[in-house]
Design a protein around this ligand. Structure first.
Ligand SMILES: [Cu+2]
Length: 413
């Protein structure tokens, strides 16, 4: 009811403004004034409106930041997430400073240089120094952001770089140089665009090769991670742990039958001790975890926001992502930001007569994959390593789950 009244009120305000403008036009017609002639008073008024708009813009912007910051994610719960946050923060600082400076200049200039009969605008068509400044400064910023971003990304994905990248870079630069020097008859501009772009791409490939090499240390690649498979299908997740042999057994969609909902190949010995869990999975604090992600049907996306991790689940093409959790679930529940957020959520729930909820890490699907996509989630519990060992030892293996099952069984997990 209240919202209906609000809409009616907004409608009435708009109608009032439209009619006031119409009355203003009519009164001007009556006085014999011409619309295209702008009086100095009107100019002053417009100039002032620019400043008022600037103040309103910045005020609403500040309000949005203050009002909605408490709803942001808590601090990152993984080692790699921290580097993603720093990258994000750097980008936000640059974007925010540019936003404030550019808009202030834009509107204050409109105010300061309002149309005037006394002052005449100077004709100032070109300045090489200025051109150079506003090309070079943004280029430096972009280069920093791209190089920093590439190094964070390579680190996150544990890239083992291939020397072919570096060779491809050299070839591209070589071709670029050849176009510049050899093809003299080529039109100047085509030469500039094609040769220049090839050289840029070459430089990119070569820098990527070195950045990726530098960000993934050999010892980091050598640490044996905990291997977990996340299996997506419409509309749930299943987690599979590698078991004592630290190997995930081979699996394919054509082996799906009865309790074997993940299609594990029963002939592969590595699969028999794999542990299969649903609804909730645990990971130990401080241990690197490597996820391989599979999908049974359509494209899903494994999204673990608190660890700043996301990768698509693509049918027929297993994908990977890894991170090291740093904060256990109970530690995160005691974080100030999380406590305040959940106190707020629970006060709203109480008013609606709903049970209070507690913070939990989650695995969500972040691709709209069908009718109950929103329901496709799994709770993640980060334990101290000892608690994790206790939990994993209680989970059932593939061999236990399918023991004594004939070909006709349809038992659900
Ligand atoms: Cu999905």
């Amino acid at each position: 009811m209240v919202s209906l009244l609000t809409y009616i009120l907004i409608g009435l305000v708009i109608a009032t403004v439209v009619y006031l403008a119409r009355i203003y036009d009519l009164s001007r017609d009556l006085k014999g004034e011409r619309e295209e002639v702008v009086t100095p008073a009107e100019n002053k008024q417009s100039a002032l409106f620019f400043v008022l708009f600037l103040v309103a813009l910045f005020a609403s912007y500040a309000w949005l930041v203050i009002e909605y910051s408490p709803m942001l994610l808590p601090k990152s719960a993984s080692v790699h997430g921290e580097s993603i946050d720093s990258l994000m923060n750097l980008n936000l600082w640059v974007v925010n400073i540019v936003f404030v400076v550019i808009n202030a200049i834009l509107f204050l200039f409109a105010f300061r240089y309002e149309s005037s009969k006394v002052e005449k605008a100077e004709f100032y068509p070109h300045n090489n120094k200025l051109e150079l400044l506003w090309t070079v400064i943004p280029s430096i910023f972009l280069a920093v952001i791209i190089i920093y971003g590439l190094s964070v990304w390579s680190n996150y994905n544990k890239i083992e770089v291939n020397a072919s990248l570096w060779i491809a870079g050299l070839v591209l630069i070589g071709t670029g140089v050849a176009i510049f020097t050899l093809f003299r008859t080529l039109i100047k501009e085509i030469k500039l665009i094609v040769g220049g772009s090839l050289m840029l791409f070459g430089a990119f490939f070569i820098s990527y090769y070195f950045i990726a090499k530098a960000s993934t240390s050999a010892e980091e690649l050598a640490v044996e991670p905990l291997k977990i498979e996340l299996y997506a299908r419409q509309f749930d997740w299943t987690a599979r742990y590698a078991g004592a042999d630290k190997q995930l057994g081979a699996a394919h969609v054509r082996y799906i039958e009865g309790a074997n909902t993940l299609g594990i190949n029963a002939e592969d010995k590595a699969g028999m001790d794999d542990k299969i869990v649903r609804n909730e999975f645990h990971i130990p604090k401080g241990v690197p975890v490597e996820f391989s992600i599979r999908s049974q049907d359509v494209i899903h996306s494994a999204y673990m926001p608190h660890f700043r991790a996301q990768v698509n689940a693509v049918p027929g093409m297993p994908t990977k992502i890894s991170f090291t959790p740093t904060i256990t679930t109970s530690e995160m529940r005691n974080e100030e930001h999380v406590k305040n957020k959940y106190a707020n959520i629970n006060s709203i729930r109480e008013k609606r007569g709903e049970e209070p909820v507690e913070f939990d890490y989650v695995l969500l699907c972040n691709k709209i994959c069908g009718a109950t996509h929103y329901n496709m989630r799994m709770t993640i519990v980060v334990d101290e390593p000892a608690d994790y060992q206790k939990w994993i030892s209680e989970q059932k293996s593939f061999a236990e789950l399918t023991a004594g099952e004939s070909t006709e069984t349809t038992a659900e997990l």
